[in-house]
Design a protein around this ligand. Structure first.
Ligand code: AGP
Length: 612
């Protein structure tokens, strides 16, 4: 949940670390801090509650000499233990202020460790779980910082990424990783550590992911990675393709608005290069033989939040095209239910960040039973990708806004491809039919661009209804997961009660919520079920609600029942989520803007949910 940066090199560490934190602020933003090893050999620590801007203001007012140095660590926090105050912000130091520690994760046995430290005379100044680490290092330090960190970590229960600086070591920073992401950047005469690569891609594109239970020593001339016993381990470096402009706002007021507009290109990237010369879908990543795919008996899709909604769309696509039963699971529930899995099951784990703890646990649960897992993720080298048997990278580019837009859109494109691939290999659809569906999919980026060009009336509409405290979303078939997604976006961004329902269910209870102050968004792309939606919308309108209908060009069946009509271009109904999703994203973003809320960093949320 938190963002971490470590640096040792030749530049001003403060500049590098703060710049990195700016790019990681999406991971947590209730307080932030830095520690820099200054020229006098002291660790200068500055911490502030609130957004990063509070920290940068404090840094600007501080003594520049105290903050000049070429080794530093930094942290942006999403509070778990202790309120988001100055003294709970990281870095935390030991009794002598010789050691500074930043931490992402939660330590389950910190109370016991804290009690022991206090008994032995240490003074702890924060309410965090993290501070114990600084004091444990202080107690055990024998001149070898990396060995001391390894020894301390052996006594920690829970999940952590730790990054540690010591005033006796002007040439190194030590990192440790369990269950949470940590990646090193390898520059020329400088090295970086961060929660994700966006923190350092302005400086280097050469990176190496630190694996589970490994430790890293960061020096100017490179890194050394060891396991828990101190044995050096080799590992693959990778090249980061994202460029820095992809992680900046480019004139948009919010990242989310930029990311919504990037969706045509993002989907193009997801589906690009997926058809071979003979016209067959390629999904080489899957690494299952054709026979394995033909003998498959079920697919289980696991994800959280928006990723779960993408999984629901996968069910419609895979069942229809590949005739395989699909079970869609909320990842946090999946493993506790003792689901029926076997080697003829394929688990598809969807996660934009690739670090969601619940999804990772679902993957581990499946793999412990020898069930093959395909990850669908936007983050190369993420834990979800590494812990799965195969990874389908959605190639959507960095998504900074906490509310997911283009990452979800690319997940949808990805699951359609998975559905078509399974259909092709299982022989339920002819090559021509699969190709024809793929060609329909290939048209969607241009259609998404067309929807985006029509969004002015939706912005106006959002401002008109921004005073309402409840909005309902209805859909049928693939419109149903989109109703859930539309409601989630509005809830996340505007903090109002927004609910999504299958339109056919409304009369079984939810219609009691309908009144004149409850606008109802109806997702009604052209489909065999549209006439049934007409009845549902009539029922709602009869109760005085404002009806906002998303309908396909040329389909007028709902026009008489719509107070507001949002048109999307025609496409195959199964692919319609790629188009109907856009107006709901825009509606939610503009609704929040109209209420004066921070669209990119909604309250209480984090981009990467690394706690269960
Ligand atoms: C999406 O807008 C949400 N922020 C959230 O529901 C998200 O989809 C969920 O936490 C899963 O995240 P993941 O895709 O990174 O696993």
């Amino acid at each position: 949940m938190c963002g971490i940066v470590g640096y040792v090199g030749k530049q001003s560490a403060l500049g590098v670390v703060v710049d990195g934190l700016k790019r990681l602020e999406y991971r947590g933003y209730d307080s932030a801090g830095v520690a820099v090893l200054d020229r006098a050999g002291d660790l200068s620590v500055v911490r502030r509650a609130g957004k990063l801007a509070n920290l940068t203001e404090a840094l600007a007012a501080d003594d520049p000499a105290r903050l000049s140095g070429t080794l530093g660590i930094g942290h942006t926090r999403w509070a778990t233990h202790g309120a988001p105050t100055d003294h709970n912000a990281h870095p935390h130091v030991d009794c002598t202020a010789a050691i500074a520690v930043v931490h992402n994760g939660t330590l389950e046995n910190y109370l016991e460790l804290r009690a022991g430290l206090e008994d032995r005379g240490h003074t702890l100044r924060s309410e965090t779980d993290t501070e114990v680490v600084a004091h444990l290092i202080e107690e055990r330090y024998d001149g070898d910082l990396a060995a001391t960190v390894r020894s301390v970590c052996a006594d920690l229960d829970g999940s952590y990424v730790l990054v540690v600086a010591h005033r006796d070591h002007p040439d190194r920073v030590v990192g440790a990783r369990r269950n949470l992401p940590l990646v090193a950047g390898l520059g020329d005469g400088e090295s970086f550590l961060a929660s994700d690569v966006t923190a350092f891609i302005a400086h280097t594109r050469k990176a190496r992911a630190i694996e589970q239970d490994h430790f890293v020593e960061l020096c100017r001339d490179g890194i050394t990675v060891t396991d828990a016993s101190g044995t050096q381990v080799e590992g693959g470096e990778f090249h980061v393709d994202w460029d820095i402009s992809a992680a900046e706002k480019s004139g948009y007021e919010y990242f989310m608005l930029k990311e919504i507009d990037e969706q045509p290109e993002a989907v193009r990237e997801t589906i690009g290069g997926r058809l071979d010369q003979s016209g067959r879908i390629r999904l080489d990543e899957l690494a299952l033989s054709d026979r394995d795919v033909q003998e498959m008996t079920q697919v289980v899709v696991a994800g959280c939040g928006s990723a779960y909604h993408s999984g629901m769309v996968a069910k419609y696509a895979i069942e229809r095209w590949a005739r395989l039963p699909v079970h869609v699971e909320i990842a946090s529930e999946f493993r506790y239910r003792d689901p029926v899995l076997d080697r003829r099951t394929l688990v598809v784990a969807i996660s934009q960040s690739g670090e969601t703890a619940d999804t990772l646990e679902a993957i581990r649960h499946a793999r412990r039973q020898d069930v093959p897992v395909l990850a669908v993720t936007n983050t190369v080298g993420s834990s979800v990708a590494r812990e799965s048997d195969a990874a389908f990278y959605t190639r959507g580019g960095p998504e900074i806004a906490v509310a997911s837009t283009k990452a979800v859109m690319t997940q949808l494109a990805a699951v359609y491809l998975v559905g078509l691939y399974l259909a092709q290999v299982r022989g339920y659809r002819s090559t021509e039919e699969v190709r024809s569906h793929f060609f329909d999919l290939e048209q969607t980026p241009a259609l998404i661009a067309e929807v985006l060009a029509r969004m002015d009336p939706v912005r106006k509409l959002a401002r008109e209804i921004a005073g309402n405290e409840r909005v309902l979303f209805l859909g049928r078939h693939v419109g149903y997961p989109m109703a859930l997604e539309g409601a989630l976006k509005l809830k996340e961004l505007a903090y109002i009660s927004a609910e999504g329902f299958p339109a056919g269910e409304i009369k079984h209870g939810p219609i009691a919520l309908v009144d004149k102050d409850t606008p109802v968004v109806v997702i009604a792309p052209r489909h065999a079920l549209t006439p049934k939606l007409v009845t549902n919308v009539q029922e709602i309108r009869a109760r005085g609600a404002r009806t906002i209908v998303i309908a396909t060009d040329g389909d007028d069946s709902l026009v008489p029942h719509a107070d507001d009509l949002i048109r999307v271009p025609d496409t195959k109904s199964l692919l319609s989520p790629l188009l109907t999703l856009v107006p709901m994203q825009v509606l939610a973003a503009e609704f929040a803007v109209a209420r004066g809320l921070d669209v990119d960093q909604p309250r209480n949320l984090a981009k990467s949910v690394t706690v269960e």
